[in-house]
Design a protein around this ligand. Sequence first.
Ligand code: PLP
Length: 361
Amino acid sequence: MSRSAVRAIAPYVAGTSIEEVHRRFGHTRIVKLASNENPLGSSPLALAALRSTNRLHLYLDDAYEELRERLGERERLHAENVVLGHGSNELINTIAQSFLDPGDEAVMADPTFSLYRSAVSLVGAIPVEVPLRNGVHDIERMLAAVGARTKVFFICDPNNPTATFLSPALWSELFERLSREVLLVIDRAYAEYLEEPGFDVARAIRERGNVVVLRTMSKAYGLASLRFGYAYGDRESIGWLQRVRLPFNVSRPAAIGAAAALDDRAFLEKSISLNASERARVTTELERRGHRCYPSGANFYAVTVPMPAHEAYEALLERGIIVRSGDALRMPGRLRVTVGTVEENDAFLATLAEVASGASA
Ligand SMILES: Cc1ncc(COP(=O)(O)O)c(C=O)c1O
């Protein structure tokens, strides 16, 4: 029998796959806007580098000193401030394993990225979940939830599943008031899509310390399948994560692809600019039709629908459009939809109009 903490966690539910929709409905043209992937594919420089990957029979140089130095430089930091992960997912577990004893508490928003809750529960610690306020982290109430057993404080910015982000005033409040004894974890999986960074990573690390900022190459660089994430932090926090992570947690192909993608300014800029223009176009059109969207700083948006979210989700699925139902993401009444290409977004808009008119008829 498994540990009681294992039995208590819900399995991670990924978005519905294209194969599954094909099996269920037989569609050949399926639009997937469910997993916040890059609609332009992968960085071409990463793909080219991956084609020439060799020496797969050898274990790798696990330190990745040069790559960590490069990632550090991007934020005016050093290799000692960077740890790499098998996606940033893995680092969330590593954080829980490194910093939480059974019975400790970790404060987080609700809804937010579901892995914080499961990673915390798995080590026998307690997730303290604070409801969002108008779709945004309620910093005031989250700070009030910090107690003697609080060891970790999670901020997901932009927040999955709402896509919302903190204002500069909320960042200041957070940095001023959160006890420095508590590890501040800021998950910035979607940071590239923000118009303003909100806070300075190097300054937070130097002036506050006890902070870990998670990043990933799964989104804006289009490398979700490669599994490459990383985190910035003060030397001490990063040192503990380095000690706990598994040896060889980042494969050589992942490191080679990620290193090449970092040079691919053109792909990154194209991805960000398509996302910005389409996000504005689609959300404006949805609002014009009477839907409401939280302000999005990410490559997805959370939109209201005039019916239970799972019904809208199913009706879209039947018509070959895959999105996420807010019901499964603790965001009832809304869908979470990835910003796609112009054609994909047009297909979503047209199909949603059909589905919504059926609901109001
Ligand atoms: C907020 C957030 N953090 C982390 C991740 C995990 O990303 P990765 O592919 O780097 O494991 C995701 C993926 O959807 C996410 O939405």
